[in-house]
Design a protein around this ligand. Sequence first.
Ligand SMILES: [Zn+2]
Length: 77
Amino acid sequence: MSEKKVKEAIENKKMACPDCKKPIQKYSKYSETIDAVRDGFNIQEIESHSARVTLTCGNDECEWEERTEYWEEYINE
Ligand SMILES: [Zn+2]
């Protein structure tokens, strides 16, 4: 899971807006979720597999926008 995947899905119009069913036009504020893992006396930071992104429909007269960790569910392969 990576930002590249979100970007490509949008470029290839594989993400559909749940409101108007048209392809989602853009995303913003991509951020990886970092989990701290306690390992004895050390605390290690590891990169988890989740990432949040704000999806914006961007089509005419559609205001749909969502900040989600589950953006993969909008990708239609
Ligand atoms: Zn829409």
